[in-house]
Design a binder for this molecule. Structure first.
Ligand SMILES: [Zn+2]
Length: 159
């Protein structure tokens, strides 16, 4: 499967709440299981799939724990903010080898409060409270690849 470029070729039309939830889940999985962020992803409004390199399948308890942690960040309604930096200054802080060769010398760092940071050119919600409730609806592990499928139960408000 093709890797999603982090900069320049990002899909600008993706669903902002789902994509922001992807950031939070990636940060959580990478921190807890040391496997890095998803190496493959397919994110859309209805459901999103993320694949991680994990030697062993996550247990049902670990998956519910991931859900709880992501929902806690959503409930905290933290700000999603961006900063720009020189690529050369970011070595060691991010996986720069995942950038396309023609990525610009200036990189865009997207922060979810102080919970997560990563390089991204995509579009995000302004605050995590806009994401809605996060739910891992299915998971599958095969040959060292853990797939997590998530959905958002969006709050349908009237302005
Ligand atoms: Zn992003």
């Amino acid at each position: 499967m093709e890797q999603e470029p982090i900069l320049n070729a990002h899909n600008k039309d993706e669903h902002r709440p789902s994509h922001t939830a992807e950031h939070i889940l990636n940060g959580t999985v990478a921190r807890l299981y040391g496997c890095g962020r998803a190496f493959s992803s397919h994110v859309e409004r209805k459901k999103s799939k993320l694949d991680y390199h994990l030697a062993q399948p996550l247990t049902e308890e670990q998956i519910r724990d991931l859900e709880d942690r992501v929902n806690a960040v959503i409930a905290a309604d933290v700000e999603v903010w961006t900063e720009y930096a020189r690529k050369a200054d970011m070595a060691g802080r991010f996986e720069l080898n995942r950038l396309p060769d023609d990525a610009s010398e200036t990189v865009r760092i997207v922060h979810v409060g102080n919970y997560d940071e990563c390089l991204c050119a995509g579009q995000h919600v302004e605050r995590t409270g806009q994401i809605g409730r996060f739910r891992i609806s299915s998971s599958r592990w095969q040959d060292g690849v853990q797939r997590l499928v998530f959905r958002l139960d969006e709050t349908e408000g009237h302005d």
